[in-house]
Design a protein around this ligand. Structure first.
Ligand code: NAG
Ligand code: NAG
Ligand code: NAG
Ligand code: NAG
Ligand code: NAG
Ligand code: NAG
Ligand code: NAG
Length: 405
């Protein structure tokens, strides 16, 4: 009788298994307080370039059993730290299945590339298309080459989106960030040795481009990274050492890294936060909250493998002409939040190694949306209630119970 009962329970919930301190469903692993408070190994270590499920077990007592726990987490699509996360996923709990769709694999990078990156992801609602730029971090001894194309994804047919290379004219020069404003796409491009870093406006239909900002009172920017634009036309963009340090394709940086505010109406430009006041060694991603009263800014620091690397998201209040009240919002345990996005309910999403990490409005980690094993989430774009995730090698999407704005 007992075995029959157990068997029928097993048939009812065929996929539930009870791993040590985890609640395991078909695609979700819920991390319990016990596991989170005391990592269940005698000895462990991990450098900050790899995700938590790749933590090394050092002389653990029961290594194989523990490794199975980490493998269980590695195999999940979602990691839940707070039950609030289920609301966002639109499921009642760990037993319900939920999918992260893997919708596209980019072709292999050129031989000079150490890795490929997809950044500057943007949705154009009028056309129901997304764009994303491709970049190649070069191997030692190489520099990044100019890329004449970007990727366009038409999602009119949700089941099989049309994903193809398109060619802006004149071409962009190492585009890295993008924002949709007033019917146009505004790119923040890193520039190269011959083309200064700049903001470029692109018509999403004709792909015609025009440089709209390329200097700070006659100075080149170091290499612009990301861009957002307020409803009133105030452009905030980050400028960092990435072109010099990562891509080896720009002139030596002559300015302090920072976040600039450029008013498109008046032409006024000023630095509003930056390395000069300590927090932002190498600022990267930008995202407004839903009503544009807050600006989130991520900072990588010198490098993402450096223990001193910042891997931080800061929150700032947006004023009529700048930023005030900078506070730390979150600190990532892995890599650094490259692209950041928000939703209409105040959550913040950071693209990191192995996942998109989702924080509540107060900076508490609710959970992680995993990308493929070995991939790195670089940036995201909302299209309605779909969150599109752009990795180094792939495009993913997940339907969530919220929208971008
Ligand atoms: C961090 O750990 C990963 C995985 O073991 C390894 O490949 C990488 O080289 C390490 N990085 C550093 C900076 O030690
Ligand atoms: C993880 O997934 C792999 C590949 O599907 C499978 O072989 C392995 O048994 C899984 N491990 C755990 C602990 O779920
Ligand atoms: C930077 O690129 C040039 C070629 O453009 C190359 O000669 C040089 O070795 C590269 N530097 C590094 C540090 O890779
Ligand atoms: C896919 O998009 C490209 C670029 O916009 C276009 O040239 C092509 O005709 C489209 N293919 C289909 C099947 O719609
Ligand atoms: C810089 O980028 C432009 C294209 O935007 C390209 O024509 C030019 O060759 C590049 N310069 C170098 C030095 O790579
Ligand atoms: C929006 O674009 C139109 C032209 O399409 C232009 O006349 C208008 O000035 C733009 N508005 C802003 C705030 O840039
Ligand atoms: C970043 O740190 C590395 C290693 O300490 C160092 O070689 C490099 O010069 C630093 N870069 C900057 C821009 O400070």
């Amino acid at each position: 009788m007992t075995s029959l009962t157990l068997r029928s329970i097993f048939l009812l919930f065929p996929t539930i298994s009870l791993c040590k301190d985890l609640i395991v469903g078909p695609s979700v692993v819920e991390i319990t307080k016990g596991f989170n408070d005391v990592f269940p190994y005698e000895n462990f270590n991990r450098n900050v370039t790899v995700p938590m499920w790749d933590t090394h077990l050092l002389n653990g007592k029961d290594k194989s059993a523990s490794q199975e726990t980490l493998d269980t987490i590695a195999n999940a699509s979602f990691i839940v730290y707070d039950v609030e996360f289920y609301k966002l996923l639109g499921i009642s709990g760990p037993l319900e299945k939920k999918e992260v769709e893997d919708i596209f694999t980019f072709p292999d990078p050129p031989s000079y590339a150490e890795r490929q990156i997809h950044d500057g992801s943007v949705y154009v609602p009028e056309e129901n298309i997304l764009f994303v730029a491709e970049l190649f971090s070069p191997k030692e001894g190489y520099s990044m080459e100019a890329i004449p194309y970007i990727w366009k994804m038409d999602i009119t047919d949700l089941v099989s989106p049309n994903i193809s290379k398109v060619y802006p004219n004149p071409p962009l020069t190492i585009a890295n960030g993008a924002y949709h404003f007033n019917g146009s796409v505004y790119w923040a491009q890193e520039g190269n040795m011959t083309t200064p870093s700049s903001i470029v406006r692109m018509d999403p239909r004709t792909l015609e481009t025009e440089v709209v900002k390329n200097n700070f009172y006659g100075h080149r920017f170091n290499s612009m990274n990301d861009i957002v634009i307020s409803e009133g036309g105030a452009v905030y963009f980050t400028d960092g050492y990435y072109g010099w340090d990562n891509f080896n394709d720009t002139l030596f940086p002559e300015l302090a890294n920072g976040i600039y505010r450029w008013d498109m109406q008046t032409g006024n430009i000023k630095m509003v936060a930056g390395a000069v006041e300590g927090a932002f060694f190498n600022p990267n991603g930008l995202a407004f909250n839903h009503d544009q009263s807050k600006l989130f800014i991520s900072n990588r620091g010198n490098s993402s493998s450096d223990p001193d690397g910042a891997r931080t998201i800061y929150i700032n209040d947006v004023t009529a002409d700048g930023l005030i009240n900078r506070n730390m919002f979150s600190y990532s345990d892995t890599g650094f939040p490259d692209g950041i996005k928000t939703d209409k309910d105040g959550r913040v999403y950071g693209a990191v190694v192995g996942s998109v990490d989702v924080y509540n409005p107060h900076g508490t980690l609710l959970g992680r949306i995993k990308v493929a094993d070995g991939d790195v989430a670089v940036n995201m774009a909302w299209a309605g209630d779909w969150l599109y995730i752009f990795g180094r090698n792939k495009i993913y999407r997940v339907k969530l119970a919220t929208t971008g704005r």
